[in-house]
Design a protein around this ligand. Structure first.
Ligand code: DGY
Length: 323
């Protein structure tokens, strides 16, 4: 039997690539350069499956007027707002993602950002590396206490809950939650959390706000200047979700004028480009989209894609089908 022809759009952990090579007629992207829209459109006519990531844009125009060979887009990553799933569906293309396996590491990065910005870790390291440290003194780089503070979590899916786990049990934080649907009482009870109806109800109550909602059109600029104004003076915003969830210009203004205490970002609106007005903000910690970047998680993500593909081509429903 001929093996399905599969395109992996970026380099993956070698252990996963090897297993994929055994199972499929596989093409790898040896250069690891992101594919252009034209290359992706061309690939749709030549491969049974394409395995994209967040760096591959698959808008409706990619699917328009085509009768593709591709039958499945098995995304490497939990977020799939870069794929127009409606357009894929209308061409009969299935879409899957990789939930669960990256929740813990993404929450670890959110907690890392929260601690770094509250305790001014990046500022301190910059000072030290640049030879500007003059020694210990009682008033040096005074930060904000994390233990016992109130954390607002917007989006209480798997990653939001993993964040609550760390914040509540590790740091004794009080947890407030905003989620588009009601969170089961037993889930809230696990973290002694309270769900509030709207983002507007949550923001003024929190010392820290961490975003864990999906990206895409619905949540674009969910954190805009009006909502940033609702945050407590001195409060911190953490984003490990998707860049478009935060209006970066509004955030830069809030940081510049000190209407909030600071922010920690792992994701950006136009990755890998970062606006200068953000790069210049001292009360901002920036990471290059590292949420899931551990060997264990990146391998688990790949094996989850493999499982989805194996089921799909074996005539079974892939467990992570999202369209
Ligand atoms: C995800 O899984 O969505 C990560 O952000 C990488 O794409």
């Amino acid at each position: 039997m001929t093996k399905p022809k599969v395109l992996v759009t970026r380099r993956w952990p070698r252990a996963v690539e090897r297993r994929m090579e055994e199972a499929f007629d596989l093409d790898l992207n040896a250069s690891d350069r992101p594919l252009t829209e034209a290359e992706l459109r061309d690939a749709m006519g030549r491969y049974d499956a394409i395995l994209p990531t967040v760096t591959d844009r698959l808008p409706a125009t990619i699917f328009a007027g085509s009768s593709p060979r591709t039958r499945i887009l098995a995304n490497y990553g939990v977020g799939f707002a870069h794929i127009d799933t409606e357009a894929a569906k209308s061409c009969g293309i299935a879409v899957t993602n990789t939930p669960d396996v990256l929740s813990e590491c993404t929450a670890d990065i959110a907690m890392t950002l929260l601690l770094m910005v509250a305790r001014r870790a990046s500022e301190g390291e910059r000072e030290l590396r640049e030879g500007r440290w003059t020694g210990w003194r009682p008033t040096h780089l005074i930060g904000t206490k994390v233990s016992g503070a109130t954390l607002g979590i917007i989006g209480f899916g798997r990653i939001g809950q993993a964040m609550a786990q760390r914040a509540h049990f590790g740091f004794g934080m009080r947890i407030l939650v905003q989620n588009r649907s009601p969170v089961p009482a037993e889930v809230l009870a696990r973290f002694n959390a309270t769900q509030v109806p709207t983002v507007e109800d949550l923001l003024p109550e929190c010392d820290f706000v961490s975003l864990h909602c999906p990206g895409g059109k619905t949540n674009r600029h969910l954190m805009n200047s009006r909502r940033l104004d609702l945050m407590r003076p001195g409060a911190f915003l953490i984003n490990t979700a998707r860049g478009e969830v935060v209006d970066e210009h509004a955030l830069a203004q809030a940081l510049w004028f000190g209407t909030i205490g600071g922010a920690g970002l792992d994701v950006f609106e136009r990755e890998p480009r970062i606006p200068d007005e953000l790069l210049g903000a001292d009360n901002l910690v920036l990471l290059p989209h590292l949420g899931s970047a551990t060997r264990e998680t990146r391998e688990a993500m790949g094996f989850r894609v493999l499982e989805n593909l194996t089921d799909f081509f074996g005539g079974r429903a892939p467990r992570d089908r999202v369209a």
